[in-house]
Design a protein. Structure first.
Length: 168
């Protein structure tokens, strides 16, 4: 995955549309499904919990399939990019301890993964206006920069790919 420049305002607008559409779609379809089931197959005990639960589960499945189909739509580009970035950062986070240990020893691939993580996190936090932990990120970046200078490594995050993580 490569980091892209994303228009923050456009991303926020499109994310809000996706969120509202998902909420509206999930609410409407779960009500329609559960009420249809209750109408055609009423419960003798008067409890329709199972039909309501089934309506929500089926609606969530339909919503998931719809999102997968719309994933390639041009208006979903920014939202899908952020979803994929979060996934890539999560994969790195799972290996963070090993990456830090190896970067400390001069492993260039570990440093590259950490640099991608720091740059991706910085972009993600700025897109989501979540700059509270930026100080922690800056301290981590300073430590990585010290290792890069110590070992004379040049990092190009365009060379990062998730297969690097398999060796850690």
């Amino acid at each position: 995955m490569q980091l892209l420049n994303i228009n923050k305002q456009q991303y926020r607008e499109r994310l809000n549309v996706v969120i509202i559409a998902c909420i509206a779609g999930l609410t409407a379809s779960s009500l329609v499904i559960s009420q249809t089931l209750i109408h055609f197959i009423p419960s003798e005990s008067g409890s329709h919990f199972h039909w309501n639960a089934l309506g929500v589960v089926v609606s969530a499945g339909l919503l998931g399939m719809t999102l997968l189909k719309l994933k390639t739509h041009p208006k979903m580009k920014e939202v899908v990019y952020v979803w994929e970035l979060k996934h890539a950062l999560n994969l790195i986070y799972r290996k963070n301890r090993q990456l830090l240990e190896q970067a400390k020893l001069g492993n260039e691939q570990a440093m590259l993964a950490l640099q991608f993580s720091y740059d991706g996190s910085r972009q993600l936090w700025q897109l989501d206006d979540n700059t509270i932990t930026m100080d922690s990120l800056n301290r981590s970046q300073q430590q990585l920069d010290a290792w890069v200078n110590q070992y004379g490594v040049t990092l190009d995050i365009t060379q990062y790919h998730s297969k690097i993580l398999k060796s850690f």
